[in-house]
Write a protein that binds this ligand. Structure first.
Ligand code: NDP
Length: 386
């Protein structure tokens, strides 16, 4: 995986929206059962043989790695779990046995940089607490590896810029773990908006959250999390507002609150509500919360509406639209989001094409997030550059 790839000048948002139509048609016509089928087929046909599998090392063997990523890597068609990075050697050795990873491919946070000498590993998947994303992305790029970094990309726009610069300098791809960009229900809903099937979307509501438990966890420590519910789950509502509207916000207003000042002493927000105003006049009311489970969004358009609930978890999802004969369910296949996300990135690397979820997409979210925090702190609307 030594080739240089060309950075696209098209905005990731445009790429996401332009891909939705083709992906939906594949799904609807039965040509491809899943959103990521097309890039895989290209990767296969280019090689003529079964494609080379991209080797992925997981950094941070916590809940997401254990519950979702390692199991998904047993099903991916284009990638394979080939490396483990952990601060707990015993755990890493158990994982290595379970997933057939050679012991020589186990690293810790101190010897991480020597991963540069390991040709089994093409991609470093960063699954660490948020404030560690920038450091490990930059170290991975310097080690000559491509990077898949979990959301939120980092804890500040400045960090995002440094991550993008490091990957660019190393001529390596940087993708952000926006799994819903590869999920058929979200793709279909973005198509309904983009093709104005119900007319122009005027109002969006999006809410993502869960009730947070253990008060000692890193998600409640600002130094590791970077913030509260906004960075962790508010980002899903923000993303939905952006890909449903198909626009970038020009101004934000926001308010935050906490019902348990002891548990949330180190972060500003247990719950955050923010309003995004888009150039067309479309408006999105969004919530991110650690107080209760929320997973839905609704798009009100000129001639109807469409909604997804659940919308942000690991599935299954349910979509509905208005219709002349009443409410209509959206009938699509539920897929494993992580399998789809990782195979899509592997296909980009095998086909030497740019990812549709690059660092620039994460940077946009962080810039808007910083404006949201500024608006919540000041109580005043904050303008954003279009
Ligand atoms: P966990 O706390 O379960 O795991 C994080 C892992 O990071 C730990 O197990 C540990 O692995 C490692 N680590 C290294 N240093 C620290 C430290 N100082 N404190 C705590 N852990 C440390 O977190 P999650 O797996 O839930 O989340 C990891 C990332 O994934 C976050 O950025 C989160 O936002 C993102 N995420 C994304 C989801 C999605 O749907 N896309 C869903 C859930 C999370 P080890 O013991 O191996 O060193």
């Amino acid at each position: 995986m030594e080739e240089e790839y060309s950075h696209s000048s098209t905005s990731p948002q445009e790429v996401f929206l332009s891909h939705t139509r083709r992906r939906f048609l594949q799904t609807a016509t039965g040509l491809g059962a899943a959103a990521w089928a097309a890039p895989i087929l290209r990767a296969q046909s280019q090689a003529g043989d079964p494609p080379k599998k991209i080797g992925i090392a997981l950094v941070g063997l916590g809940k997401l790695s254990e519950g979702q990523l390692a199991p998904a890597l047993q099903k991916t068609k284009l990638c394979k779990l080939t490396g483990l990075v952990s601060g707990h050697p015993e755990k890493a050795r158990e994982w290595a046995k379970k997933y057939d990873v050679p012991e020589k491919n186990i690293y810790n946070y101190e010897n991480f940089d020597t991963i540069k000498d390991n040709s089994d590993i093409d991609v470093i998947y960063i699954v660490l607490p948020n404030s560690m994303h920038a450091e490990y992305t930059i170290r991975a790029a310097k080690a000559g590896k491509h990077v898949l970094c979990e959301k939120p990309m980092a804890v500040s726009a400045k960090e995002c810029e440094a991550m993008i610069a490091a990957c660019r300098a190393a001529k390596r791809q940087l993708a952000i773990g926006y799994r819903l960009h590869f999920e058929p229900f979200n793709l279909e809903m973005a198509r309904l908006s983009r093709e104005k099937v119900f007319g122009a979307v005027k109002v969006i509501e999006a809410a993502a959250g869960f009730r947070i438990g253990d008060p000692t966890q890193w998600r409640l420590k600002k130094a590791l999390a970077g913030g509260g519910s906004m960075l962790d789950v508010g980002v899903y509502a923000l993303q939905a507002a952006r890909y449903i509207s198909g626009e970038e916000p020009v101004s934000v207003s926001a308010a935050w609150t906490k019902t348990d000042p002891v548990k949330f002493k180190d972060v500003e927000e247990e719950t955050i509500q923010f309003t995004l105003r888009f150039p067309s006049g479309c408006v999105a009311n969004c919530t991110g919360t650690y107080a209760t489970r929320m997973s839905r969004w609704y798009a009100g358009a000129e001639d109807g509406w469409f909604e997804l609930a659940p919308a942000f978890g690991y599935g299954p999802f349910k979509g509905r639209t208005s219709g002349p004969d009443g409410i209509k369910d959206i009938d699509l296949q539920n897929v494993n989001h992580f399998e789809a996300e990782m195979d899509a990135f592997a296909a980009c690397l095998l086909n030497n094409t740019p990812t549709t979820v690059p660092g620039e997409e994460g940077l946009r979210d962080l810039r808007i997030t910083e404006a949201i925090y500024q608006a919540a702190a000041s109580g005043k609307a904050v303008a954003l550059k279009a």
